[in-house]
Design a binder for this molecule. Structure first.
Ligand SMILES: NC(=O)c1ccc[n+]([C@@H]2O[C@H](COP(=O)([O-])OP(=O)(O)OC[C@H]3O[C@@H](n4cnc5c(N)ncnc54)[C@H](O)[C@@H]3O)[C@@H](O)[C@H]2O)c1
Length: 270
């Protein structure tokens, strides 16, 4: 069901790799709610070509940008503003990458050069995106920026590895830039802490199957899907949440407030 919640709004969606991506699902929902979109991803991801299917469906141009390049980001915002004929109302940051996780290094033996890349791509990129928009005055008054995160920023999930540190930094950048951009232009910046979800990035975490089943059993509502995350992001981009900023918002079926559930106790007693 669509409610026209984003009618007249213009947004940039980072991170749609394939149809499982949270960014992909969110782009579809934003389009259903009448938003105009620009899609972006790293040049290497664009070479896969999948994103063109989404672009056709949501009638959006695709503009390549590596989030670690200020030059790419400047070009992305310039071209997006040209396409929209004005400023931007919302941004989805749905980006994560860890070479240490990908190459199977444990937390106690991480490679520091790879770690720098992880923090740059997965966390400081939010600062880079906001800084680019700030310098160009690209965001409209009351615009909404959402970045995706995971509860490993607050609690230990051993196989999440250095991404836990990246998410903690990401959430801090959201708060700090949220303060500055709120004061300057009432721009909102929030993070959505999503349940484990079967996507390319998600499934890259060691032991993901056990992880996702455990979270399901530990959540009274069960795990939140990518489509449900997309619904939540739409509300945050809409005018219905104008006073929500600098928050880390759990979208996890209740997982973050649980000590233990009957389902898990029963499992332990077996
Ligand atoms: N899947 C989960 O279980 C889960 C849970 C909580 C939070 N998240 C977060 O959701 C976000 C989206 O991940 P997803 O699960 O949809 O997986 P995904 O693999 O579909 O998306 C990750 C995206 O990051 C992009 N990316 C990587 N390096 C980049 C760079 N240098 N420049 C620009 N883009 C780059 C990839 O191309 C890809 O599109 C991530 O921040 C992830 O950490 C995922």
């Amino acid at each position: 069901m669509a409610y026209n919640l984003l009618k007249g709004k213009k947004g940039i969606i980072f991170g749609a790799l394939d149809e499982k991506s949270i960014a992909w699902r969110t782009a579809l929902r934003c389009h259903e709610e009448s938003a105009q979109l620009v899609l972006t991803n790293a040049p290497v991801a664009l070479r896969m070509g999948e994103i063109n299917k989404l672009a056709e469906e949501v009638k959006a141009p695709v503009i390549g940008a590596d989030v670690t390049s200020m030059e790419d980001l400047k070009k992305l915002f310039e071209e997006s503003m040209k396409h929209f004929g004005g400023g931007i109302d919302f941004v989805l940051h749905s980006i994560g990458m860890s070479l240490n996780v990908r190459k199977g290094k444990s937390y106690t033996e991480i490679d520091y050069e790879w770690n720098k890349k992880t923090l740059d791509i997965s966390a400081m990129s939010l600062h880079r995106v906001l800084r680019t928009a700030w310098d160009m005055d690209a965001l409209n008054e009351g615009a909404s920026v959402v970045a995706l995160t995971y509860i490993a920023a607050q609690r230990v999930f051993p196989d999440y590895n250095e991404m836990a540190d990246a998410k903690a930094l990401l959430e801090s950048v959201a708060r700090s830039f949220g303060y500055n951009y709120g004061m300057k232009k009432k721009v909102r910046v929030n993070t959505v802490s999503q349940s484990p979800t079967r996507t390319t990035a998600g499934s890259g975490v060691k032991g993901f199957d056990g992880f996702i089943t455990y979270a399901e059993k530990m959540s009274p509502l069960g795990n939140a899907s990518a489509d449900e995350c997309a619904d939540y992001c739409v509300t945050l981009f809409s005018d219905l949440t104008k006073m929500v900023t600098m928050q880390n918002l759990f979208h996890d079926g209740g997982f973050s407030s649980i000590g233990v559930t009957e389902a898990v106790i029963n499992q332990m007693e077996k």
